[in-house]
Design a protein. Structure first.
Length: 203
């Protein structure tokens, strides 16, 4: 529901996991298989010699330094920039605004209702319930429209559809107070304290 790049995150995690898995398998083989150790020594010495030749061939005229170090530094800076941009994308989409409308009354102007109003109202209505192990309410902006995500962790044995119907009634009451239809995602999950399958309901 938010702007987090979930597909990109999964791809990056998969690539990182495969790299770590490959490095771990290589370390195990180096420690247990003598032929792999001999191959590694011969390969690494050849690779290191090739790297040294590359740096020797890219030296500045009349100087011992190689300009490849500048390329490496720029590449690392670019990688740092991409990492910062990737981190900035996590959790995007949250909004502090629930409703906005123009009031042409005696003093014309915009009327704004913050997302915290709905979040606190629904959390207050849901807290202390014996059938819930936890509940969170968050306001998001979906395609330019404010929406609510209600995440519930019911206790074992609680019927998800009855719980979703009760939350729908609470949202209907909130809409009557706000005077505006609010898109809502009701997410019913399972955790360590809840042992039934996850369900989601969009209204």
């Amino acid at each position: 529901m938010n702007g987090t790049p979930a597909l990109l995150n999964r791809i990056l995690l998969t690539v990182l996991g495969l790299l770590l898995l490959g490095a771990g398998l290589l370390l195990v083989l180096l420690a247990t298989v003598p032929s792999v150790g001999a191959w590694w020594h011969s390969w690494s010495s050849g690779a290191w010699g090739g790297i040294n030749q590359l740096f020797d061939s890219t030296r500045f005229p009349g100087r011992p330094e190689s300009w490849l170090w500048i390329v490496v530094a720029l590449a690392l800076l670019a990688l740092m920039g991409l990492m910062v941009a990737w981190i900035a994308q996590q959790g995007k989409g949250k909004s502090n605004l629930l409703a906005l409308d123009y009031d042409p009354g005696e003093t014309p102007g915009d009327v704004r209702i913050g997302g915290g109003v709905a979040e606190q109202a629904l959390r207050h209505a849901l807290e202390g319930r014996p059938d819930l192990a936890g509940a969170t309410v968050t306001t998001y902006e979906v395609q330019g429209t404010p929406a609510l995500k209600v995440r519930l962790l019911p206790r074992q044995g609680v019927a998800p559809h009855l719980l979703a119907a009760e939350v729908t009634g609470l949202v209907d009451a909130l809409e009557a107070v706000v005077g505006k239809k609010i898109p809502v995602l009701i997410h019913i999950g399972a955790g360590a304290r809840t042992r039934f399958s996850r369900a989601e309901r969009v209204r």
